[in-house]
Design a protein around this ligand. Structure first.
Ligand code: SF4
Length: 363
C-alpha cells in the first residue's frame, strides 16, 4: 500500500467504526483496570461469552485494590466456566504487584506493564493503546485474518514464526493519532465483517484496498497450518459418599485448571476396567479404599491440547484417612455446598446430575 492508500484505509476504517461499532460495556469506560480485565477475558474467548462474565466480575472486583485483596478462590469462582484459568490467577498476582509496588496504579508505560504476570504482547498493546492512547498495534486472531486478506499473506496464522509478518503490517497500518480506536476498529472489522467464512466484503469500509477482495481470493486467506488431531485420554472420576458427605479435592495452584476443585480419579490403564481404575486411581490419589457402586455418566470434554472421555461412578467409602498425593486440599462436603467451590467445566457436566438428584429428593 502507498502512504496515500494507508491514509485512506485509516480514514475509512475509523469512520465505519464510529458509526457501526457494537456497544460493549468495556467500551463505555476509560478505567485502565476495567479495560485490562476485558482484554484478559477476551483473549481466546468470544465476546458473547465475555459479556456473561465481565459485568459480574467488575461488580465484584471494581478496582485493582479489591481484586488484589480477594481470596483466589473467590476469583476462580467468578471466573468459573470462562476457561483458561491461568489468566485469572495471573490477573490476581498482577493486581497484587500493582498494589504492592506501583502505588495501586496500572502502569501507563508499555515496558512496566509488560512485566506484570500474564501480560504478553497482545494484552500490553491493547491496554496501552485503548486506555492510554499509546501507539502500539494490536495483533489478535481477528486482526491477523484481516491483514492476511488485505495483503494476501501466505504465512500461516497459527504458526508463531508468522507473528512478525503480521505485526509489521499492523504497525504499518496503525493510526498514530488514534491508536486505541484504530486497534478496536481493526478487531471489530475482523469480528463482524471479515469473518472466517463468507466475509461481507461488499459493505466493508476498506474493500478498495483489499487485495483478496480485488482478486476474489478471500476464501484462500488466512492460510492455516494443519494441526495434528488431539490425543484422547480415557479417565475415571468417583463421587465418594461417606454418610451425607462427598469428597472433593483441589488441584495444584499452577498448571492446567490450577486451584479448581474436582472429584478424584485418574487415567484408565490399558486393558483395565473402568470400575477397577476408579478404585485404584482414588486409592493412589487419596489413600482411601472405595467401592464403585453405580455408574453415573460419561462426560466428553475438549481442552486446547487434548480430549477426555470420563466415566463417572458413585462410590462407597470403605476405609482410610485422606492422604493427598497430587492435590493440595480436600473437603468432605454436602451436595448443597458444591456451589461454593469452583469446578472445571468437565465436572459441571455431571454435577448437575448430583444436584438435580438432590432437588428431586427434596420435593
Ligand atoms: Fe475482509 Fe472482505 Fe474487507 Fe477484505 S474486503 S478486509 S476480505 S471483509
Amino acid at each position: 500500500m502507498t502512504s496515500k492508500e494507508i491514509t485512506l484505509f485509516r480514514e475509512n476504517l475509523l469512520t465505519w467504526f464510529e458509526t457501526y461499532h457494537r456497544k460493549l460495556p468495556w467500551r463505555e469506560t476509560e478505567d485502565p483496570y476495567r479495560i485490562w480485565v476485558s482484554e484478559v477475558m477476551l483473549q481466546q474467548t468470544q465476546v458473547k461469552k465475555v459479556l456473561e462474565y465481565y459485568q459480574k466480575f467488575v461488580s465484584k472486583f471494581p478496582d485493582v485494590k479489591s481484586l488484589a485483596a480477594a481470596p483466589l478462590q473467590d476469583l476462580l469462582k467468578t471466573w468459573e466456566g470462562l476457561g483458561y484459568y491461568a489468566r485469572a490467577r495471573n490477573l490476581h498476582k498482577a493486581a497484587q504487584v500493582v498494589i504492592r509496588d506501583l502505588k495501586g496504579k496500572v502502569p501507563a508505560d508499555y515496558a512496566a506493564f509488560r512485566e506484570l504476570p500474564g501480560v504478553g504482547e497482545y494484552i500490553a498493546a491493547a491496554v496501552q493503546s485503548i486506555a492510554f492512547n499509546h501507539s502500539y498495534a494490536v495483533v489478535d486472531g481477528n486482526v491477523k485474518r484481516v491483514i492476511a486478506r488485505l495483503f494476501l499473506i501466505n504465512a500461516p496464522i497459527n504458526q508463531s514464526a508468522s507473528g512478525k509478518v503480521f505485526q509489521e503490517k499492523a504497525d504499518l497500518l496503525l493510526d498514530h493519532t488514534a491508536p486505541g480506536i484504530f486497534n478496536q476498529a481493526m478487531m471489530e472489522l475482523g469480528a463482524t465483517l471479515c469473518r472466517p467464512q463468507s466475509p461481507t466484503c461488499v459493505i466493508c469500509p476498506v474493500n478498495t484496498g483489499c487485495r483478496a477482495f480485488q482478486t476474489a481470493r478471500q476464501a484462500e486467506f488466512p492460510v492455516r497450518r494443519k494441526s495434528k488431531p488431539l490425543p484422547e485420554y480415557h479417565i475415571v472420576a468417583g463421587v465418594i459418599h461417606k454418610s451425607d458427605r462427598i469428597l472433593i479435592t483441589q488441584r495444584k495452584l499452577e498448571g492446567l485448571l490450577g486451584g479448581l476443585w474436582e472429584f478424584p480419579g485418574g487415567k484408565i490403564w490399558e486393558k483395565e476396567a473402568a470400575e477397577q481404575a476408579c478404585s485404584r486411581a482414588i486409592r493412589e490419589e487419596t489413600n482411601l479404599l472405595v467401592e464403585p457402586i453405580e455408574y453415573l455418566t460419561r462426560v466428553k470434554h475438549t481442552y486446547t491440547h487434548f480430549k477426555i472421555v470420563m466415566d463417572v461412578f458413585h462410590c462407597h467409602y470403605r476405609s482410610g484417612e485422606v492422604v493427598l498425593n497430587e492435590a493440595v486440599d480436600y473437603r468432605w462436603i454436602t451436595v448443597d455446598q458444591i456451589d461454593q467451590f469452583p469446578f472445571p467445566r468437565s465436572n459441571h457436566k455431571f454435577i448437575s446430575l448430583l444436584t438435580q438428584g438432590k432437588e428431586d429428593s427434596n420435593e
